[in-house]
Ligand binder design. Structure first.
Ligand code: GTP
Ligand code: MG
Length: 332
């Protein structure tokens, strides 16, 4: 891929041109409609997914032989725009377009290196009531602000898996930021995800929306809840992690294509093996650790205070920030 071949969104008013029409799985030799259906059910929805899949996984998903799976993958690689190398200049140019969205707390913004970044996934994890959902609401409002006030003049997609999206909170926060509440609600596109498959499908729907509207933020609250409740027990761990990985990569691709910020929330699970220190850790393990660029761990302090800690960031110093949860939203 050369820099010319990789146009990127430059501003809120100039959304990414629609990607090339996808080639249907059925167009590949050896894939009938039944096989295509099985593949889609397993999460292989386009050529790219197949091109980077392993023959064993595809064989299992489609209930076909490994040799046939290998042929399908080769053909998908040949036809898919797998991309490849781009120049350092092109990478620099893309990094220049990085945008940041304020959390409305100076301390929290500083911890994040200036706010929630586009072209990246930011994870907020913590126990119940630590403010993950409140922060997600707050950023969905803040992304609409003009750049001078810490926004991107963009719109938000909000994938709600736990039915905790509250328009009333948006109204409070919009007022707190000097925005018109009704217009603010119009620019947040909310979808309730009923299960993990639906949750993943909604990312594709978000892509369709992002071709029409300047979507600069995609929230998934919560990233892991459905996966956790649907895939229970040791035997289910590998398939769960595989799907979660795929989901995260689709989110990353979205963030790249539309120069959007991705905010995901994550609960924590307890670690019985830890005797000293915090006995909890975010769900999803290495998969989430790998895909999320910024990971913020929240804990409660004296109400209404919360403490945010940056965990394993590649380029920012570790540190902590204190903020408050108020009726108007996140505050210092
Ligand atoms: P789970 O989703 O259950 O894991 O929790 P969470 O981390 O998403 O917590 P959430 O963001 O829902 O935070 C709940 C907390 O936000 C409450 O305990 C309150 O402290 C605060 N909060 C929520 N709504 C309001 C409000 O209208 N006014 C004020 N002052 N605080 C609120
Ligand atoms: Mg929540």
């Amino acid at each position: 891929m050369t820099s010319k071949a990789a146009p990127r969104a430059t501003s809120a008013d100039e959304p990414e041109p629609a990607p090339k029409p996808e080639i249907a799985l059925e167009d590949l030799p050896g894939i009938g409609s039944a096989t295509a259906e099985k593949l889609r059910d397993a999460g292989y929805t386009d050529l790219m997914e197949l091109a980077v899949a392993s023959p064993g996984d595809v064989a299992e998903a489609a209930e076909i032989g490994v040799a046939i799976a290998q042929k399908i993958i080769s053909e998908a690689r040949r036809r898919a725009d797998v991309g490849g190398f781009e120049s350092g200049a092109a990478v620099l140019e893309r990094r220049r377009r990085l945008g940041r969205v304020t959390s409305n707390s100076k301390a929290l913004d500083e911890l994040l290196g200036g706010g929630v970044e586009t072209q990246a996934i930011t994870e907020f994890s913590g126990e119940f009531g630590t403010g993950k959902t409140q922060i997600a609401h707050q950023i969905a409002v803040a992304v609409q602000l003009p750049a001078a006030q810490g926004g991107l003049e963009g719109e938000a997609v909000y994938i709600d898996t736990e039915s905790t999206f509250r328009p009333e909170r948006i109204v409070d926060m919009a007022k707190g930021m000097g925005l018109d509440p009704t217009a603010t609600l119009e620019r947040i596109h909310v979808a309730r995800a009923f299960n993990s498959n639906h949750q993943m499908l909604l990312v594709q729907k978000a892509q369709e929306l992002a071709r029409e509207k300047p979507i600069r933020l995609l929230v998934v609250d919560s990233l892991t809840a459905h996966f956790r409740s649907e895939y229970v027990g040791r035997a289910e761990l590998a398939p769960r992690q595989q799907l979660l990985n795929k989901h995260l990569h689709e989110l990353l691709r979205f963030s790249d294509a539309y120069n959007a910020a991705i905010v995901v929330t994550n609960q924590v699970s307890s670690r019985p093996d830890i005797l000293f220190g915090d006995p909890t850790r975010p769900i999803g393990g290495n998969i989430v650790a790998h895909a999320a660029t910024y990971r913020i761990y929240l804990r409660k302090s004296k109400p209404p205070r919360r403490i945010a800690r940056l965990i394993d960031s590649p380029n920012l110093p570790e540190g902590e920030a204190v903020f408050s949860l108020t009726t108007e939203g996140v505050r210092d």
